[in-house]
Design a protein around this ligand. Sequence first.
Ligand SMILES: [Zn+2]
Length: 71
Amino acid sequence: MTPRAVEQNPVVMLNASVWHIVESGRASDVALCGLPLRERRAHSRLRTVGRENVCPACLRGYDQPPGSPPS
Ligand SMILES: [Zn+2]
């Protein structure tokens, strides 16, 4: 198994005007925050677009994945 910590730079998808994190890459049709990606316009990487430009709900889910104890 690959430790999750290795993935520090996940794929992000531009849906309408907001970047969302997608865990399964550009094949994903749902963002990490649960939003259906119906207006996919581009994909990039978290570090490329910057955390300040990414959906806050996605960032929360990424920093604290469900099922993981808070650190
Ligand atoms: Zn999101």
